[in-house]
Write a protein that binds this ligand. Structure first.
Ligand SMILES: [Zn+2]
Length: 605
């Protein structure tokens, strides 16, 4: 436990504006500071930092608190760990009374892992510059136009062609076995047995340090030198306590400022592309570690930039790879533009052969993703037939559907429809059919984003509970879909998320499926989903689902009855109309009474 006085001292030494500002940029707004909230998805900043009170608060998601709360939440650590990090930042020594041995271990391991990475980066770099063994590596870098100054700025290094060089070095530097193994810089001979011998993971490779936002080395990517066709071109660090692959954007610690200035981010595939572009003066660049964008990476980017520029290789494979990033990017309403590179070129080779200006002018001329698709494929003979045109429209519609902001989505749909020479209503029909929840999606439904999730939950009690049950239990989902659910739910306010869940295969058992599902939702539904994920499932789920269901049925029937009663008040009704409506009201009344009657064993199935 950290003594109260020490906590006060730490808080006083860590101005909340400085601390938060070191994670992402804050903009002054009167006496406060604003930013896009890191804790929820939003398009206009509602995350506010108040320097007077030393508090932050998000008017969008309700997160808020002290500088400790911020660090704890942002870094996903507990309060004491957050306090310790802030103490370290301010150079304050904590004389602690008691700390759990597990906490102690976790903190010191993290610290040691950062240290081993930092020192390893220096060591690999030293070898690159000085070791005779690294001659081929130096030649390789020179050929790629990476000078020794550049190598120094990016701490590029060389891992020797040996099985035990790194392990021996790390041992000599005083790192123990656990630290060396946990760093991921070695591989175990027997992966099942943590006590087995280990060997260097990176051998005879050019080493690129991967840094977090703060510029601390947390992993490496090693490029092969030998022309061994068996060897992977790149070997990356495995995930470790300090490195999660899907969280990191290579180069971000250096390119942040340029991203903010240009409001746009050029996405490059590899480390060398990125370094070459950055050093040639095109600095608003990031590389998502060789894979498609994760939602987390897209969110990070969204804090710095409004649009993303993808480089499409002229070949089909390159284009497909870039397109895999679209769901994460369009789903967060980032603008997407496309640069097409000449056949056989990548950004690195283009810059080296034709100069940074050639690349920069292609960036300048980058076309909107949808325009690009229309330009490139619009003239395909495949799409000349009416059938081909519908096929093309469907492919574009699938991407349009990813845009979560309604106004933006409608604007894009309008533009695409015009260029396809289709009526907007016909294009919408395709959009709606291409969406998974097809006939149920209502593109013109009002945006409910202003309503906080918790309020939404309370207002839709039985629906909220049923949504939770459907999300948490596949059994219950099957039970609901066996009910006449579409008749009840499709027109009911607040049931949109439930309908989407019933229509999907999202499962709490697979967190990745929840993440992907969540990315497909609008802000309001995401908030609701988040609130639901904090709820506990009841014990007797089927009974709970039955209760919710009958409440929903009652509500739906009640609403229909209201409508009929309102119709009755129309003075122009004929006598036969009145009789007909009265009959319907009686029918509804009977149904409502039936539902309200407690279940007897005979009407249980
Ligand atoms: Zn927020």
């Amino acid at each position: 436990m950290i003594p109260r006085e020490t906590l006060e001292q730490i808080a006083a030494a860590n101005d909340i504006v400085d601390v938060i500002g070191s994670y992402f940029p804050l903009k002054r707004a009167g006496s406060a500071f604003k930013a896009l909230c890191p804790f929820h998805q939003e398009k206009s900043p509602s995350f506010t930092v108040n320097p007077q009170r030393q508090r932050f608060h998000c008017f969008g998601c309700g997160e808020g608190g002290s500088v400790f709360d911020f660090v704890a939440k942002y870094e996903s650590v507990d309060f004491p760990t957050a306090a310790r990090r802030l103490a370290e930042r301010a150079g304050i020594k904590i004389i602690e009374e008691e700390r759990s041995p597990a906490e102690d271990r976790e903190i010191s391991l993290r610290k040691r892992l950062l240290a081993i990475h930092q020192q390893a980066a220096e060591w690999f770099h030293h070898l690159l510059i000085n070791s005779p063994e690294a001659k081929q590596a130096r030649n390789y870098l020179r050929k790629r136009g990476l000078t020794s100054e550049i190598a120094q700025r990016w701490k590029i290094g060389y891992a020797p062609d040996a099985w035990e060089a790194f392990g021996t070095w790390a041992n000599e530097q005083g790192f123990n076995r656990e630290e060396i193994v946990q760093s991921g810089l070695v591989s175990l001979r027997d992966t099942e047995n943590p006590q087995s011998d280990f060997y260097d993971r990176f051998r005879d490779r050019v080493m690129f340090p991967i840094c977090n936002d703060l510029g601390e080395v947390i992993a490496f990517s090693g490029r092969v030198l030998a022309s061994d066709p068996q060897a992977a071109k790149y070997v990356n660090s495995p995930e470790t306590p300090i490195f999660k692959k899907g969280d990191v954007l290579f180069g971000l610690h250096k390119s942040k400022r340029a991203l903010i200035e240009k409001k746009s981010a050029i996405v490059l595939e590899g480390q060398i592309d990125l370094i070459t572009a950055f050093e040639a003066g095109v600095q608003n660049v990031v590389a998502p570690q060789g894979t498609a964008f994760t939602e987390k990476q897209a969110r990070t980017l969204k804090r710095y930039a409004e649009e993303v520029i993808l480089c499409f290789d002229a070949d089909e494979a390159g284009r497909k790879a870039a397109e895999r990033s679209l769901p994460a990017l369009l789903g967060l309403d980032l603008g997407v533009r496309v640069i097409e590179l000449p056949q056989g070129e990548d950004p690195d080779s283009l810059i080296r052969t034709q100069g940074a200006e050639a690349f920069a002018s292609r960036v300048q001329a980058a076309r909107d993703y949808f325009d690009y698709q229309l330009d490139v494929h619009g003239a395909d003979p495949d799409f000349a037939t009416p059938r081909g045109k519908v096929k093309f429209a469907r492919a574009l519609a699938a991407s349009v559907q990813l845009i979560s902001d309604r106004l933006l989505r409608e604007a894009v749909a309008g533009r695409v429809a015009t260029r396809l020479g289709m009526a907007l209503s016909d294009f919408w029909a395709v959009v709606n059919r291409s969406a998974k929840s097809s006939q149920f999606s209502k593109p013109s439904a009002p945006d409910a984003k202003a309503v906080p999730a918790v309020q939404l939950l309370a207002a839709t009690q039985p629906i909220g509970n049923l949504t939770l049950l459907a999300l948490g239990d596949p059994e219950i989902r099957r039970w609901i879909t066996a009910q006449p659910w579409s008749a009840r739910l499709l027109e009911m306010d607040g049931a949109e998320l439930l309908v989407k869940i019933l229509d999907s295969d999202v499962s709490l058992e697979a967190p990745a499926s929840v993440a992907a599902f969540s990315a497909s939702l609008d802000e309001a539904s995401q908030g609701l989903l988040g609130a639901l994920l904090r709820e506990r499932l009841p014990d007797d789920r089927l009974a709970a689902a039955r209760d919710c269901w009958s409440a929903i049925e009652k509500r739906d029937l009640g609403r229909r009855r209201e409508v009929l009663l309102a119709q009755m008040r129309d003075p122009n009704l004929s006598a036969s109309d009145i009789t007909e409506i009265q009959k319907q009201i009686l029918d509804l009344q009977k149904l409502i009474t039936d539902i309200s009657r407690p279940l007897s064993p005979s009407n249980l199935e």
